[in-house]
Design a protein around this ligand. Structure first.
Ligand code: G3P
Length: 221
């Protein structure tokens, strides 16, 4: 399963990229707003740091504007994936951009039918927002299972990019279902690394080493 980071924060991107964890980045206008500064500079920088796919979202809501913005966003790098909303115009833009070889991520997916239509339109990725479904009392992970089954039934090449991930258990469940990608807020990726027994175990190893050194101060590795 690929791991993308869901952020426009350069510090976090560099931090996790240095650990070799990142296969790509997803951004959206809210994440850009959160970081402040000039979003164009951030886009430029992110596409340079990350070799994998970087989703940058259009702001226009009508077809021709989306296509125009998509082409402009793509100038930031060959790894740019144009993110369009799941609307009729978004699907038309998806078809048009995909036909020209520009990869598209259809975002704000909340139903299996929406994912099916986005795949039909040629999307490289569909982004179901599971946390937001959980928020309104629907089971977000069930949607991932449904989409997985549908895409497998018809051998769609479209990848399932699990978005709106809120905690590490979402990641485990998405991986068990076989989702292609999870996009994670930095905080979730931080939590995935931790386990109390790792901390306790390391503390014990170091304490025992100190005890050994007290009997033999010259011991080294
Ligand atoms: O990738 C989509 C994500 O940014 C939305 O997450 O937590 O705002 O639902 P959230």
């Amino acid at each position: 399963m690929k791991i993308f980071l869901d952020t426009a924060n350069l510090e976090s991107i560099k931090k996790f990229n240095d650990m070799g964890l990142l296969d790509g980045i997803t951004t959206n206008p809210s994440l850009m707003y959160k970081e402040g500064g000039n979003p164009k500079d951030a886009m430029e920088e992110i596409t340079k740091i990350i070799k994998g796919d970087v989703s940058l979202e259009v702001l226009s809501t009508e077809y021709s504007g989306m296509v125009e913005e998509g082409k402009r966003l793509r100038q930031h790098g060959d790894n740019v994936v144009v993110k369009v909303p799941m609307t009729p115009d978004g699907l038309k833009a998806c078809k048009s951009l995909s036909s020209e070889g520009i990869p598209v991520n259809v975002t704000l997916i909340f139903s299996a039918n929406q994912a099916l239509l986005a795949a039909k339109s040629g999307a490289k990725y569909v982004s179901p927002f599971i946390g937001r479904l959980d928020d309104v009392g629907q089971n977000g992970m069930e949607l991932i299972s449904e989409i997985k089954e549908i895409f497998s039934n018809y051998n769609f090449g479209t990848q399932i990019l699990v978005a709106s991930v809120r905690h590490p258990l979402h990641v485990v469940d998405a991986a068990k279902i076989g989702a292609d990608v999870v996009t994670l807020p930095p905080g979730v990726l931080d939590k995935m690394m931790l386990h109390p027994l790792t901390k306790i175990g390391l503390g014990n190893f170091l304490a025992d080493w100190e005890k050994m050194k007290s009997g033999n101060p010259d011991v080294k590795i």
